[in-house]
Write a protein that binds this ligand. Structure first.
Ligand code: SAH
Ligand code: DHB
Ligand code: MG
Length: 204
């Protein structure tokens, strides 16, 4: 799986559209797509849409009968993402929900949403523990949970960090490791976005 013209255009236009350049790298996008394919995922949930770069990778991987539900707080990001979903021809298999992800995920739980097959957590890092708990409520045995940015150029090993981003990430890693409902590990990635990593978990 390689990044094609469409995805490259989306990635390169993101900072130009005034959005932060914090989407996953091409190789991480390919890894997300591969994890969707390996797990046979048809229903994906994403926390943090930005311009929809990772969303498009996963929307392609879930195929025609699939659905990616993606949660985004920022209206401007959502507007750019909607345009990108149209351009990519995946708008019919993406459901974009605007609002605080803690609230919109809670709404999905209240509405009795069917469990998701794969969940990608990539929004505000201090909320990662909250998102993990919501993800567990929206899962079934076998659901794959992926958490982005768990290495941060090594910054995550600093147990004394007062940075709320690092603390949220450290906390979610501890929860992933200790929770009897999960089997988890983490992998480092190196590429065009530098040194970072994904936590990977399977719901028991
Ligand atoms: N998954 C994207 C990148 C997401 S960047 C990709 O790889 O292409 C993180 C996104 O989370 C940003 O768009 C930001 O606006 C959004 N975000 C931040 N706080 C949020 C919140 N409380 N609820 C939902 N989204 C939030
Ligand atoms: C940031 C957030 C991300 O999700 C990411 O992949 C890289 C950077 C950030 O907020 O700096
Ligand atoms: Mg990220």
């Amino acid at each position: 799986m390689a990044e094609d013209e469409l995805l490259r255009g989306v990635r390169e236009a993101t900072p130009g559209a005034g959005l932060p350049d914090i989407g996953v790298s091409p190789t991480q996008g390919a890894l997300l797509a591969l994890l969707c394919r390996i797990s046979g995922a048809r229903r994906v949930l994403e926390f943090g849409t930005l311009a929809g770069y990772s969303t498009i990778w996963m929307a392609r991987a879930v195929g025609e009968p699939g659905l990616v539900t993606t949660l985004e707080l920022n209206e401007d990001h959502a507007a750019v993402a909607r345009r990108n979903f149209d351009a990519a021809g995946v708008a019919d298999r993406v459901r974009l929900i605007v609002g605080r992800a803690a609230d919109t995920a809670e709404q999905l739980i209240t509405d009795g949403e069917e469990p998701f097959d794969l969940i990608f957590i990539d929004a505000d890092k201090p909320s990662n523990p909250v998102y993990l708990e919501a993800a567990l409520e929206l899962s079934r045995p076998g659901t794959v949970i992926v958490v982005d940015n768990v290495v941060r150029r090594g910054a995550v090993i600093d147990s004394t960090s007062s940075d709320l981003t690092i603390r949220g990430t450290r906390e979610v890693l501890a929860l992933l490791g200790a929770d009897p409902r999960l089997t988890a590990t983490a992998i480092q990635t190196v590429g065009s976005k530098g040194w970072d990593g994904f936590a990977l978990a399977r719901v028991n």
